[in-house]
Write a protein that binds this ligand. Structure first.
Ligand SMILES: [Mg+2]
Length: 232
């Protein structure tokens, strides 16, 4: 068991770290693939088409449920080789009603763990996505009082982490990024000189997957969020 580290700056990811997020999208995708009812392609092949569309749209337009709905319509158009009809667009919106209006569902032990960590460390929150949508979740989560600041950014790269360190005047070497995404949380934080805590979520979006170096001493891998109190 690791020894607790001295006072540090702990930067938290939000989606799929503090609360469930991607699993809500996955449920909509399952319904969408069933609804497509494609005559020749199987689910895995359809999913590959959708992943490509989502990758392109994330690059061009960013993240969030509006862009996700657009990706579903784009995927349909690609498969049908014609524009989506009004009726089809309405059906797609219907599929995603649960997603858009969803309440924030905290992961187990998150509130208690933050309560405890906040007594010993400085906590920041860093989430990427569409501003209005992320703000709605932040307002609903009931956790904001733990954080010195909460930042919503369009993308998380090494420069994002360098800017954060400058803005809050902390030494990256005594800061830890805590999140579920190798691509957005762990690797760019390491590139900016911060340490990282990787807490995998089985529902992590495929676009966030990336290989991590298992021998990197600057990364701790934990099974669950409450395990943080054994290290910090
Ligand atoms: Mg995340």
């Amino acid at each position: 068991m690791g020894q607790r580290r001295e006072a540090a700056v702990l930067v938290f990811d939000a989606d799929d770290t503090l609360w469930e997020n991607n699993v809500l999208f996955e449920r909509v995708i399952e319904d969408f693939l069933t609804w497509l009812d494609h005559p020749t392609l199987d689910r895995a092949q359809l999913r590959a088409v959708l992943d490509d569309v989502e990758r392109a749209n994330a690059l061009a337009h960013g993240y969030g449920s509006k862009i996700f709905l657009r990706s579903l319509a784009d995927c349909l158009e690609k498969l049908r080789e014609r524009p989506a009809t009004e009726a089809e667009r309405a059906e797609i919106e219907q599929l995603a009603v649960a997603l858009v209006g969803h309440q924030v569902e905290l992961m187990p032990g998150v509130a208690e763990t933050l309560d405890d960590l906040a007594t010993r460390h400085e906590l920041l929150l860093l989430t990427k996505g569409e501003r209005e949508e992320q703000q709605r979740k932040l307002d609903a989560c009931g956790l904001l009082h733990h954080f010195r600041a909460a930042h919503i950014v369009p993308e998380k790269d090494a420069d994002t982490y360098r800017r954060l360190a400058r803005e809050h005047a902390f030494d990256p070497a005594r800061a830890w990024m805590i999140g579920n995404s190798p691509r957005s949380d762990i690797l760019p934080a390491r590139a900016a000189g911060m340490n990282a805590v990787f807490i995998p979520n089985e529902n992590t979006w495929v676009l966030e997957h990336e290989e991590l170096d298992p021998s990197d001493p600057g990364v701790i891998r934990l099974a669950a969020f409450p395990d943080l109190v054994r290290h910090f």
